[in-house]
Design a protein around this ligand. Structure first.
Ligand code: ZN
Ligand code: ZN
Length: 276
């Protein structure tokens, strides 16, 4: 790559913007959670149920050890992302409000597409790659009926891959779309992390306006219930719908069994030398 590329990249390094984004994410996320639990009874009840489940799980030493093992790596990821990647992707130039929403949508859906592929083909054995990182992802799947805090019950390598993919999505898109506003990164990061947390929520409210939240938690719990489940995307159900991996429960299991049987029958037919 020519030196002009690196010169223009270095001129675009704004650590101050990255620091503002980091502080903004923590402060606004904390304030929003505090407000949501204070004002909305449904969030208050869900928070109590999930906290109680988490406390119970933390009584098991192996569970507590995994949570603290993972937490140790959190600051390293933040330093790399907010010190070495995001400073190249940020601006404070004024933008119309709709641009923030549009950019948030593009970043999340772009990330979700690649996360879908990684989750389906590297973390699970759902295709030609044979799931080379099953051993990493198996840690997260030890929780067959997760609660909110299980979104961080993960092997540190998986956290690095997930966050790395997210930061790489922002970096690549910023090369094509121009630098993202600090506000865009703050709202997108909060949405990204809250969606991931919520997917693991023990959740009961299934009436308007909580129907969508109920569906998302239900679908990710289906994914955790068995290692051969569908629902591989994390931000939305779009890619699972497009690629036929939506998992509402038994129906998907039957589909996987039928597919495996068909595959086995085909392999048998293709190997007449095996004596059958
Ligand atoms: Zn999985
Ligand atoms: Zn999960």
């Amino acid at each position: 790559m020519d030196s002009a590329f690196f010169t223009s990249l270095l001129a675009d390094y704004h650590w101050q913007y990255s620091l503002i984004a980091l502080v903004g994410i923590f402060a606004i996320d904390y304030a929003l959670k505090w407000l949501a639990v204070l004002v909305v009874p449904t969030f208050r009840e869900a928070s109590a149920v999930n906290q109680a489940a988490y406390r119970e799980k933390m009584e098991k030493p192996a569970y507590a050890a995994n949570q603290s093992w993972n937490r140790k790596w959190g600051p390293v990821n933040l330093v790399v992302i907010f010190g070495l990647i995001l400073p190249f992707c940020l601006t404070m130039d004024p933008q119309p409000w709709w641009r923030v929403l549009l950019d948030m949508f593009v970043i999340l859906m772009f990330y979700d597409f690649f996360y879908y592929l990684v989750h389906r083909f590297l973390f699970h054995d759902a295709g030609f790659l044979g799931g080379p990182l099953i051993w990493v992802h198996a840690v997260h799947h030890r929780q067959q009926h997760p609660c909110r805090q299980d979104s961080s019950y993960i092997h540190p390598i998986e956290v690095m891959l997930g966050l790395g993919l997210y930061a790489a999505s922002i970096f690549v898109l910023s090369r094509f779309m121009g630098d993202f506003h600090v506000v865009t990164i703050i709202v997108t990061w909060i949405a990204f992390s809250e969606i991931n947390l919520h997917n693991h929520d023990l959740w009961k409210a299934d009436k308007f306006p909580f129907k969508y939240l109920n569906t998302m938690a239900f679908m990710h719990h289906n994914h955790h219930a068995k290692f051969t489940g569908g629902n591989f995307a994390t931000i939305s159900l779009l890619y699972d719908w497009m690629f036929g991996t939506l998992d509402y429960g038994d129906e998907y299991t039957q589909k996987v069994i039928a597919r495996n049987q068909a595959k086995a029958a085909k392999t048998g037919a293709a190997n007449p030398a095996d004596g059958t």
